[in-house]
Design a protein around this ligand. Sequence first.
Ligand code: HEM
Length: 435
Amino acid sequence: MSQRVKETIPGPRGGILARHLTAYEADPAGFLDDCRRRYGDVFRFDTGVVVVTDPELVTEVLARTNRDSVPNANPLQGGRFPTAEQTRRWMDARQLAAPIFRSAALPGRLPVVRAALAADLDALDGAWFDPAEECWAICVRALLPLYLPDESPALVDAVLGSFDAARGAAEAAVRVPSWMPSRLRRRVRDADQRVRDTLSPMLEAPAEGPGEGPDEGSARTGTMLGHIRAQPDAVPADIAMGAMGFTLLGAIGTMGAAWCWILYHLAAHPDAARRIRAEAGTATGVDDDPARALPYTWAFAQEVLRVRPPAWLLGRDAVTAVTLGGFEVPAGTAVMFSPYLMHHDERWWADDPHRFAPERWLDGARPHAPGAYLPFASGPRGCLGSHLGLAVLALTAAHITTRQELDVPELESITTYFGPSTLTPSGMRARLTAR
Ligand code: HEM
């Protein structure tokens, strides 16, 4: 990499987007890939927006998050950067929540997740549904037993409401980032408040009953609520709220979208589905170590996240000027990167990245250049629940193939929607019927 700081980042004057919005919207990934071929691995995309497509540089940006960049500013907060104090408190909440999601903690937790998932999948029996509508609630209900000892329809509703409001606002923000209508802002704020109002009494109530006392707060088996209560020092309310509410909210969009793509690829690759069925039908120790007990199913989930990474476009906002690949990137620039693009770039993959091939993950060797597989991002703000997320996807594939028949008609007419926050299948109908 050249150490020389070049003066301008390549790309047309004034940026690409203003004059090519229609072409971009028609095929966002193809358009970005075309820019990459034309301008190189660092190109100027729009005023104040730079796209980076080299995995080494992307890894560098992600590793420096919280130091010289922050995750993209939220237009709902007027596009302001979080303050250093806000970031510090979120990192405290992350740290508090982390033991619940660690892979070593899965054996104690996976049975409840699996049971919740199975109940929802079985409840769909015989009905036609659009996975891109059902997936969010299914994921919240699958994760909720990790948070609370009892069911809480009120929290499920509040979390889904908040997620829905944020998603609606993200769609609108694509076109009106700087003057987000106040109606949308209010809707998001109200929905967010409902989550807080639902969670606050739970966090404030004295511990009582099974699953809530300090004994149940063990990092191995307890719920997030028990874990927070078991802390030796009282946890400040905003940090408890972050660990309880915002980790759950952070999971839904990506988990839900990935869940849809699992169904799609099971239907699109019947040979893979048969192999998963055979593996899951005889597997033992799934709750202890699903990656080891279900190696092919796990590889299938990894491959689904490769071909359809839900977070297909991510970014960081530079809070200080940075040098990237020899270019000077001024403070305030949004540095974007696309896991989707990197996952399909022949330069970074040992075998044809355009082929759906779970086997590429099986022989233990990494099938890609370092940093080229990023479904969970990386660095200090990477995904907190990556192992759990993969486990939920593998368990979904295992349950469906062993217990249900999956029908997805007209596969060829299903398209990929490159949304502002996630990648989802569009025009998909599915039916699960008990075997
Ligand atoms: C297959 C499922 C999942 C995928 C593909 C996924 C993907 C991601 C990605 C790409 C990010 C980084 C976003 C960025 O860099 O701006 C992220 C962040 C996050 N994820 Fe996941 N995720 C999944 C499941 C989960 C689960 C199960 C949880 C926990 C219950 C979770 C909790 C979080 C949280 C809290 C963050 C925010 C991290 C921060 O800002 O510090 N995710 N996820």
